[in-house]
Ligand binder design. Structure first.
Ligand code: NAD
Length: 272
C-alpha cells in the first residue's frame, strides 16, 4: 500500500474505501470486507448516516486502531464554531473513536459564509489533539485562498470530484503550489460511462486489467488519494489490486485527452 505524507507530517494511505450511499447496516459488512481485503483507510461522513456501522466494523475487525486511517466530514447544517464542535463530538462518538485521523468540511457553502469560522473550530480541534489532520472538501481556489489568508492554516487535503472526465487541472495546480493533497471523490466516475470509454478499455485490455483498475492507476500515478466505493466483495478486492502494474507515459497522456470538464455532482460555488 502506498502511503502519502500530508503537510503536517501525518501519513495517509493513498488508496482508501468510500462508503457514500451505503446504508448503515450494510456499511458494517462492506467495511469489514474492505479491511479483510487490505484497505487501511475509510472515508465516511456525518451525512452518509453510516458512521455507526463503519465504526463497528473497525472495532470488530481485529485490525489495530493505529493501522486504520479514518476520515469523516462535517455536514452543511453544522457550520459555525459551536455547531462544529458539537457535530465533531457526535461523529467520533458514533465512530467509537477517541481520536479521528482526518476531519473535512464537506462543502464550503459560500453563500452562508461560515466556512472560515468553521475552519477556526477545526484548527482548535486539531490543537486539542482530537483530530490528527484537518482538511476540506469541494473547496474552490477562492475558498482555499480565504482560509489560508485569514487563518494561516493550510488544509492538509481537499477532497474533490475528480476522474478522467473531470480532471480539475486548475485545482490540482493550486494544491501542488500550496502543499494541499488532492483527494479524488467518485474516482471511478461512479462506475458509469467512464468504465466503458474506449480509451480506458483499450489500455485495460493491453494490461489484462479491468477498466476500474486502469482509472485508479491513473489517479495514483498523478499523486491523487483515491477512495473507490463498492459493496461487491470481488470489486472491493479488484480496486485495491492496483499496485503491481504501471501505465506508460503514453497511456497517461491518452487518458488525459478524455477530459470533458463536466461534473456529476453539484457545483461547489452555488451548492448550499
Ligand atoms: P466511485 O467513483 O467510487 O464509483 C462507485 C461505483 O462504481 C460503485 O457503486 C459501482 O457501481 C461501481 N464500481 C466500483 N468498483 C467497480 C469495479 N471494480 N468495476 C466496475 N464498477 C465498479 O463513486 P462514489 O461512491 O461516488 O465515490 C467514492 C467515494 O467518494 C464515496 O463513497 C465517498 O466516500 C466519497 N464521496 C465524497 C463526496 C464529497 O462531496 N466529498 C461526494 C461523493 C463521493
Amino acid at each position: 500500500m502506498n502511503i502519502v505524507k500530508l503537510n503536517n507530517g501525518v501519513e495517509m494511505p493513498q488508496l482508501g474505501f468510500g462508503v457514500w450511499q451505503v446504508p448503515d447496516a450494510e456499511a458494517t459488512t462492506a467495511v469489514a470486507e474492505a479491511l479483510k481485503a487490505g484497505y487501511r483507510s475509510i472515508d465516511t461522513a456525518a451525512a452518509y448516516g453510516n458512521e455507526g456501522g463503519t465504526g463497528e466494523a473497525i472495532a470488530r475487525s481485529g485490525v489495530d486502531r493505529d493501522e486504520v486511517f479514518v476520515t469523516t466530514k462535517l455536514w452543511n447544517s453544522d457550520h459555525g464554531h459551536d455547531a462544529t464542535l458539537r457535530a465533531f463530538d457526535e461523529s467520533v462518538k458514533k465512530l467509537g473513536l477517541d481520536v479521528l485521523d482526518l476531519y473535512l468540511i464537506h462543502w464550503p457553502m459560500p453563500a452562508r459564509d461560515l466556512y472560515v469560522e468553521t475552519w477556526k473550530a477545526f484548527v482548535q480541534l486539531q490543537k486539542e489533539g482530537r483530530v490528527r489532520a484537518i482538511g476540506v472538501s469541494n473547496f474552490q481556489p477562492a475558498h482555499l485562498r480565504r482560509l489560508i489568508d485569514e487563518t494561516g492554516v493550510v488544509p492538509a487535503v481537499n477532497q474533490i470530484e475528480l476522474h478522467p472526465y473531470l480532471q480539475q487541472a486548475e485545482l490540482r495546480e493550486f494544491h501542488a503550489k500550496h502543499g494541499i493533497r488532492t483527494e479524488a471523490w467518485s474516482p471511478l466516475g461512479q462506475g458509469g460511462e467512464l468504465l466503458a470509454d474506449p480509451v480506458v478499455t483499450e489500455i485495460a485490455a493491453r494490461h489484462s486489467r479491468s477498466a476500474a483498475q486502469v482509472v485508479l492507476r491513473w489517479h495514483l500515478q498523478l499523486g491523487n488519494v483515491v477512495i473507490p466505493k463498492s459493496v461487491t466483495p470481488s470489486r472491493i478486492r479488484e480496486n485495491i489490486a492496483v499496485f503491481d502494474f504501471e501505465l506508460s507515459d503514453e497511456e497517461m497522456a491518452a487518458l488525459s485527452t478524455v477530459d470533458r470538464g463536466g461534473r456529476m455532482g453539484p457545483n461547489p460555488d452555488d451548492f448550499n
